[in-house]
Design a protein around this ligand. Structure first.
Ligand SMILES: O=C(NO)[C@H](O)[C@H](O)[C@H](O)CO
Ligand SMILES: [Mg+2]
Length: 371
């Protein structure tokens, strides 16, 4: 299937509430920034990365796709996903300015679109193309009840509703306040409400320093935290390794890492227990598979971050044997031809051919922003 056109897009999709905050930012929209590739048989492949819907930087991503990657793709066989990933990722002039950040986010969108074309051509969902489903039940854990911007009484009510009404058995709460006691109090109130059987993970989005994290972990000893996500600055390998040695609370990270090499450095240092690659960050599905296999070879669980809000990661999670759960954030699901679906706290397996990234015409019309 020859690629005949490369069409970047920017969508800014409003959240399901006025705004949300974690320790690093407050946002009102999620950016769906990507590309539609068309094959000479008319098949359309969609891929995208996730952003904070900042138009100027979104335009840097689409410019990289339009002005740098497009000419490397037109005329190529879309099914050659490995060769094309290397062609783009190792193109000397782009490798010179890339290997992280904008070039990787743009490459992620292209790679996902290529895999989308490949799965559509094979007329199967991506998880089937990769080798079939390895988990009977893919548990969802709910992040959307735990934002730092939610007042503690609503945090408790929302957590209880997620458990008692929606059937979630796993929650994730944001931490990273200026005073750790504020966060410990919020977690303790949720733990008191939901009881000991529901797992509670916490996510600091890289805000605190090592002594603060160590104090927090010591005081959280009786809260039974499932994992502590991004406790320290994203690139601080030694700090995460020191924290991992000083607390029994497992460390989770990966949503900010751009390459398999970056993951290997954390794996080699014993600085991570729950490995969280994100196809929208580390250059797409091709590099995600490399990271998932490296983690699995060390018998570490892989729990993808959802910069795609689960649309593509649900396929990878159903397929890969190291993954048994997946984050749930419902912000953009209604933009897709096959929205993610969660019932009684578990993801349903996608059935449509492709990688789950196909946008509806309505969503494009409603949310597209000028390039
Ligand atoms: O850290 C996260 N999940 O693990 C959340 O995805 C981020 O907080 C969101 O992207 C909001 O910017
Ligand atoms: Mg996170």
């Amino acid at each position: 299937m020859k690629i005949t056109s490369v069409e970047p897009f920017i969508l800014h999709v409003p959240l399901n509430r006025s705004s949300i905050s974690d320790s690093s930012h407050t946002i009102t929209h999620w950016g769906v920034v990507g590309v539609k590739l068309t094959g000479d048989d008319g098949t359309q492949g969609f891929g995208f990365t996730g952003t904070h819907a900042h138009l100027a930087s979104d335009r840097l991503i689409t410019a990289c796709i339009r002005d740098c990657y497009a000419e490397l793709l037109v005329g190529e066989d879309a099914l050659d996903t490995t060769r094309l990933w290397l062609k783009l990722a190792r193109y000397p002039a782009l490798q010179w300015v890339g290997r992280a950040g904008i070039t990787q986010l743009a490459l992620a969108a292209v790679d996902i679109a290529l895999w989308d074309l490949r799965a559509k051509k094979a007329d199967v969902p991506l998880w089937k193309l990769l080798g079939g489903a390895t988990s009977e039940r893919l548990e969802a854990y709910n992040t959307d009840i735990g934002w730092l911007s939610i007042p503690v009484d609503q945090l408790v009510d929302g957590s209880l509703r997620a458990v008692e009404v929606d059937g979630y058995r796993r929650l994730k709460l944001k931490v990273g306040s200026d005073d750790i006691m504020t966060d410990l109090d919020r977690i303790a109130k949720v733990r008191e409400a939901v009881g000991p059987a529901v797992t509670i993970a916490v996510d600091g989005n890289g805000k605190w320093d090592l002594p603060t994290c160590q104090r927090f972990c010591a005081r959280a000893a009786d809260l039974d935290l499932f994992w502590f996500e991004e406790p320290l600055w994203y690139d601080d390998i030694a700090g995460h390794a020191a924290l991992a040695r000083s607390t029994p609370i497992p460390i989770a990270l990966g949503e900010q890492l751009y390459s398999a090499d970056a993951f290997n450095a954390f794996l080699d240092a014993g600085a991570v227990h729950y490995v969280q690659p994100d196809v929208t960050r580390l250059g797409g599905i091709s590099e995600y598979i490399t990271v998932a296999e490296a983690a699995h070879a060390r018998r570490l669980p892989v729990v993808p971050h959802v910069g795609d809000m689960g649309q593509v990661h649900v396929h990878l999670a159903v397929w890969h044997p190291a993954t048994t759960m997946l984050e749930y954030i419902p912000w953009i699901m209604d933009c897709f031809v096959e929205p993610i679906a969660v019932e009684a706290g578990a993801y349903l397996r996608p059935q449509m051919p492709g990688a789950g990234a196909t946008l509806t015409e309505d969503a494009i019309t409603q949310f597209a922003r000028p390039l």
